[in-house]
Each structure stands twice: as C-alpha cells, then as structure tokens.
Design a protein around this ligand. Structure first.
Ligand SMILES: Cc1ncc(COP(=O)(O)O)c(C=O)c1O
Length: 490
C-alpha cells in the first residue's frame, strides 16, 4: 500500500475521534517499533505514526481550540466568522461564492472557492502551512522533540513563494526563495517585504543544475551543512559564532538584520508561534526544501482541507469540480476527496495553452519526445496565464482522479476576467479566470441544473503588469472585445 494513502487513512480516522493525545515519547516509541519492520508494512505503520505526531503537533499548537482537521464540519463552516488565533488559523474556511453572472447564464449553480481571501492572497497558503508542519513532524521523528524554526527554501516565481514568506514567521522560520530573473520584479519585492530573502537567477531548463528549483534544493542542503558545522564548532569551542563563509551564512545574517527592522519579521510574531518557548528564530537551525511539485504535503493540504470544505459548503450536493493544474496539488487533493465521498461527482482538468496535461488526461500521453520538459531551453509554456500548465507529471498530479479535460485559450481567460469584473465585481487572476472558463464548459456539457465548483486561486492585484495591462494584451493580440459570454459560444 502506498505510504501517502496510509497517511490519509490515518488522518481521516483521527479526524472523527478527537480524543486524548498520547505523550510524544510514546508516539515516538511506537514509530521506532514501526520502523523496525523494514517491509512495506513497516513503511505503512511509520506513515501512520507520522500522522499521529502531526495531530500531536497541531493539538499542542492551539490548546484552547482544535486544529482545523479535528474540528467538526459545523465548527469549520462557521469558522470564517469567528475570531482566529493568529495568522495560521486565519487560513482556510474561505467562502464559496455563487458566481451570479455565470450561474444565471448557464442555468447551473457555478460556485467559486474564494482562495484569494487567504492572508497570503492565494490557495497556496494552505500548502505552505502543510509543508512546514509536516517538516516539523519529520524533524520530531529524528530528534525526538517538536521544535520549530529553520530555513525553508523554495524555487518559485509565484504564489507559493509569497505564501511561504507569509507563514514562515509564524513558525519561527526563515524563508529563502529562488526565482528566475525574468519574473516580474514586483514579485521579488513583495517576497522581500514579507521578510524572506530572494535570489534571482538566469532561467534555464529544469534538467540544468542551476534551474531555480535545483538551486533552491541546494540552498536547503547548504543550510543544513552550515548548521551542522556551526553546531560542531559550538561543541568543540563551547562558543557559537556567525560564519559568512557560505551562501547560507550570508543569507542568514542578512535575514536576521532585515528582520530586526520589519513589522512582519520574527521579532513581532511571538504570539503566533506554535511553540514560542521552543522557537529560537535566531538559532542556526536546519534548512529544508519545500519542493511543492513533488512534496505530497501539497496534495494532502487539499485532500484534508480544501476538499472537505467544498464538500460541506455545498451541503454534499455538488455534481462537478473543475480546475487547472500547476503542481497538480489542488486538483489532485480535491478530486480524490470528492470522489471518495461520492464517486458520481465529475472532476475535470482545465488546461491552458502549452501545457501537456490535457493530452495526458485524454490520451494517456503527454508529449512527443522533442516536447518533453527539459529538452527545451526556454520556458515551454505558451500562455500568459500564471501558475498553471506543466509538461511533466508531478507526484501530486498523479493522485488526481479525473473524468476528462478541457482546453482553454488565453483570449478566453482574458475575456472571462473582464466579464466577471463587469458583472460580478470579481477581480481575479489569470488562473481563476481560466478556471471559470472551465466551469462554463462543464455547465455547457452537463446542462442546466447542476452544481459546479471551481477555485478562485488569487486576485487580479497580482497580475497588474501583464494580465491587466492593456498595452501588454494589445502587444499579444489579446485585447478584450466581448460584451457578454459570446467568446464561449460552442
Ligand atoms: C495563481 C495560481 N493558480 C493556480 C495554481 C495551480 O495550483 P496547483 O499548483 O495546486 O495545481 C497556482 C500554482 O502555483 C498558482 O500560483
């Protein structure tokens, strides 16, 4: 049995029984026993123990309030109107908005999950939280103690970087982001203002050692090595000192200095820290690579969190779900959860131009050999939408359960964004607009009377320089002209 499915099963089981929590030492002992069996069964038991410890960690984070996945559905549903304890608890429980214009035009109930209302401005806040919390659990398995802090690194030009930078201080973490230097400058400015360090690098193929994702992975390793050396020095000399001999050393020093002066720095977030007594934000602790594409915490964030919210908010009556994929975490987690609840719910991919996933879903093959990601020198995506489309099958996407796929064009996404702005007052980013095109396509195929859910991933405010820039659109022949939804006529 796959490890991830065991984690899911055990988490789901615990969610129904929020009873007493065993002491961590006994959880760790049970894990040691599980680890002793070096077979598939041992791995499964170990994964179950990871989930138990995750529960322990989260319960202790918030002793006067159960963590989200242990709350009953009714308390989760009412959560948005209640007081939240710290930034992390303000993530999720986003409203499901009826998109009136599209619902009225199609005769379906078209509902958008308003993820742009998360504190970090996108659906990726959930992923950032889940990645960091699972890392703490793994560290607890190694060290026998639950300690927060460390350096989280990620290679991302977009929402995940912003979300990691947003939540990192709440966990006593530093954040280092590596992005291609052709990404909009505002993005690195935002990430830096949030207190993270940013490294802008030349864009190269994913197979190149200096692709931004590969550099981010390396930075985490460097941080680990550096922390190890510092710890060895302390043990030898009885004294710790800050070294600037490595990249990480320099990063750590810069970060600390800048954080001392920033409102969103470590100094001001003590009340939000899950284990403030154990967090030493200035400690030279470990580095870890968030790895959103292959890290299954991404999928689990949506399977355990976004999916259940949609299920409850639709009062268990939805007929279809549709979304585009970047890492694939959202569509995989939500589709799998919904299918488990009701296998008749139809789940669809909406794919932007240049992405190979449509072919993968509809024909089982992704690309010709020549098109494979890594064979190209430049960004292979022929789209102005951001955060969606990919030409490799990630581990996260592999978990998706899909009934089919649609293809959208940039023109449709642009037109949809303006239509929603004019008719509903919804100011949405490019991937959300593409998702809404997908929702209308599904409505056209299923016919009136169906409830269709999609994701409103982020706001248009993140897209002023391209998607909402008239000159940019004119240069690409994408100036919007539609007065209604005629651009979606079949
Ligand atoms: C704005 C935006 N929308 C949608 C997505 C796609 O979500 P996922 O990575 O879960 O497939 C991303 C991913 O980075 C994104 O940044």
């Amino acid at each position: 049995m796959r490890i991830e499915s065991v984690v899911l099963m055990s988490s789901a089981g615990l969610a129904q029984r929020p009873t007493a929590v065993a002491p961590l030492s006994s959880l760790l002992r049970s894990l040691e026993l599980a680890m002793a069996a070096a077979t598939a069964a041992g791995a499964a038991a170990a994964a179950a123990a990871v989930s138990l410890i995750a529960c322990y960690l989260l319960l202790h984070r918030s002793s006067n309030k159960l963590p989200w996945f242990l709350q009953t559905s009714s308390s989760r549903a009412s959560g948005r109107r209640t007081r939240r304890r710290g930034l992390v608890e303000a993530i999720g429980n986003t409203p499901l908005i009826r998109i009136n214009s599209l619902s009225d035009a199609t005769g379906c109930e078209i509902l958008g999950k308003a993820e742009f209302l998360n504190p970090g401005g996108s659906v990726k806040d959930r992923v950032a939280v889940k990645i960091i919390e699972e890392i703490f659990v793994l560290q607890a398995l190694e060290s026998g103690d639950l300690i927060c802090g460390g350096m989280v690194t990620e290679g991302s030009a977009g929402s995940t970087a912003v979300s990691l930078a947003t939540v990192a201080p709440a966990y006593g973490c530093r954040c280092h982001v590596v992005i291609p230097d052709d990404a909009a400058i505002e993005k690195s400015q935002i990430i830096e203002v949030l207190g993270a360090t940013v490294e802008r690098v030349r864009p190269v193929s994913i197979t190149h050692r200096d692709h931004f994702v590969n550099i981010a992975r390396r930075r985490a390793l460097e941080a680990n090595n550096w922390a190890q050396r510092e710890s060895n020095k302390t043990q030898t000399n009885g004294l710790a000192h800050v070294s600037s001999e490595t990249t990480y050393g320099k990063l750590a020093v810069t970060q600390r200095e800048s954080n001392n002066t920033q409102t969103n720095g470590f100094a001001s977030v003590g009340s939000e820290m899950p284990h403030s007594e154990k967090c030493d934000p200035n400690s030279d602790s470990k580095g870890f690579f968030a790895d959103q594409f292959e890290n299954m915490a991404n999928y689990r964030a949506h399977y355990e969190w976004t999916g259940p919210e949609i299920w409850e908010q639709t009062k268990r009556t939805l007929h279809a779900f549709v979304a585009a994929a970047g890492t694939g975490g959202t569509i995989a987690g939500v589709s799998r959860y919904l299918k488990e609840k009701n296998k008749n719910i139809k789940c669809f991919l909406m794919d932007p131009p240049g992405s190979g996933l449509f072919n993968k879903v509809t024909r089982g093959v992704m690309y010709t050999k020549e098109e494979a990601e890594g064979k190209r020198l430049k960004n292979p995506f022929d789209t102005i939408t951001e955060g969606i489309g990919i030409n490799r099958v990630t581990r996260n996407f592999m978990m998706a359960e899909l009934d089919g796929a649609y293809r959208g064009t940039d023109k449709e996404a642009v037109e949809m964004s303006r239509f929603l702005l004019r008719n509903d007052g919804l100011f949405l980013g490019s991937s959300s607009a593409m998702n809404c095109v997908g929702a209308v396509r599904v409505a056209q195929d299923l016919g009136p009377g169906h409830t269709i859910v999609t994701i409103l991933c982020d706001s248009g405010m993140r897209h002023l320089s391209k998607f909402f820039n008239d000159q940019y659109l004119a240069d690409h022949g994408l100036t919007p002209t539609a007065t209604g939804l005629e651009f979606l006529d079949k």
